[in-house]
Design a protein around this ligand. Sequence first.
Ligand SMILES: Cc1cc2nc3c(=O)[nH]c(=O)nc-3n(C[C@H](O)[C@H](O)[C@H](O)COP(=O)(O)OP(=O)(O)OC[C@H]3O[C@@H](n4cnc5c(N)ncnc54)[C@H](O)[C@@H]3O)c2cc1C
Length: 508
Amino acid sequence: MKKYDAVVIGAGNGGLVAAIRLLQGGAKTLLVEKHNLPGGFATSFRRGRFEFEASLHELNDFGTADNAGDVRVLFDELGVTDKIEWTQIPEAYRVIARAEKLDATMPFGVQAFIDKMESYVPGSRASMVKFFDLAEEIRLAQAYSSSVNGNTDSKYMVKHYGNFVRCGSYSVNEVLDTLKMPKKAKDILNAYWCYLGAHCDDLSFMHYASMVNRYIKRGASMPKMRSHEISLALTERIRELGGDVLFNTEAVKILTDEKDGGVSGVVLDDGTPIQTRHVVANCAPHLVFGKMMDKAPEAEVRATNARKFSGRGFSMFLGLDADADELGVENHNYFLYDTADSAAQYERMRTIRDNEVQATVCLNRAYPECSPKGTCMMYFTTLYMSDDWGNVKAEDYFRTKDYVANKMIDRFEQDTGAKLRGHIEEISVATPMTYARYCGHPEGVIYGYESQYWDGLMPRLQMMGEDHKVRGLRFAGGYAMRLSGYSSAYFSGDISGRQTVGDIKREG
Ligand SMILES: Cc1cc2nc3c(=O)[nH]c(=O)nc-3n(C[C@H](O)[C@H](O)[C@H](O)COP(=O)(O)OP(=O)(O)OC[C@H]3O[C@@H](n4cnc5c(N)ncnc54)[C@H](O)[C@@H]3O)c2cc1C
């Protein structure tokens, strides 16, 4: 039987980084991926003369060589930064909310962001300055926490990061109200909420502020050859470090030890058993405890069942036979909402009929050469906050796809004045069924488990120790302790990879 110190199941963002960390820590590592290519959602696909990005709108917290973000620092340590050609996203976002008649375009850079907000909302400056001061304190507290592997000294925290501790259990809106932020400024500032998929009455302030700060302070980046370029660079690095990678290979079982119930091996889909005492799973705990393990601790099963699935994804990809200027597509990144009231908006996103939200990108605005001259490409994404696609009958599936795709095009044209119809050369649509089949995520969720009061960033980080009930089993990726998103998935792979190295060393 083949034997490895560790097996990583899934070559998504979290799995790829975990594998590199394991190899850097000296562990003999096998990475298995059921598809024929790495990346999970982090990939690209081709239709006609267009190579579409499959998921990434923009990578936050990467920064530049002289203003490096935490992701760049991580990529430097992994040895992959220079394997990728990067481009910078020009502005933060344009948000349009119909009910409030809001149309605001916000820049990157803290000072520029505050100045622009003041021009839209006179009198907002003081609360915006307080917001960014607090967000920076949160970033520093998180950096301290990861420097001590989560073993924080509470006295040190209170002394150095008192406001971080104070706002720890409050929602975005509760803290912004405490900062006396005018409503319109809140409406503009909260535009990023759909990136985290939980509304601002529910979403942890810390989590949101930390993300906004990372975007605005360092800007956002994009690999020129789409996120697939990152996934390939990480895979190449795994091989350089001597790791084994098996594509077209699904792990179907995690075997456990009779005595302590811990990991003893993995079975692949052709029946091959692999001996190992350590698994990093880059897939949903629902699958691991529900399908892959014969015996899972009851506490893990109950905790997993108590969690809430995040939004189910739907995307439309358009290759257009005219350039962005000609079509009137002015910006890189759009958020189109019915209302800036995120809780009300979240409710409308439960059904196919009512959901008209979209986060839309025109990559040519960041990288004009991403498609042939005289063309441009766009991708439109929305989330469904219930499993409404599960109610669609097989015979209605294609009609429903067309219905949503048409609504998305109409909405974009009406809200921005751009003209897309008549220029569509390629169109491709991914529904929650596509995402469920592609990455194996239940109901087609694309953001793991939703951030809740009891299951947000801080509780998950604080519970990291207790979460580890099966000896040798750790999780990386969108369902894990850093929650979902590219940078979060990379960081969780970093943490679980390093923790597993520690476990192996402790075993001797
Ligand atoms: C349309 C869309 C837009 C998005 N936009 C953004 C954005 O702009 N910014 C951002 O930060 N995030 C964005 N996200 C979210 C981001 O893509 C995810 O959070 C992130 O990629 C999740 O990474 P992961 O590590 O969880 O792996 P996943 O991408 O979930 O990959 C898991 C991998 O494991 C493999 N696998 C699963 N089970 C097995 C098994 N048993 N055996 C072998 N292999 C297995 C799967 O095939 C897959 O390759 C977007 C997602 C989508 C779909």
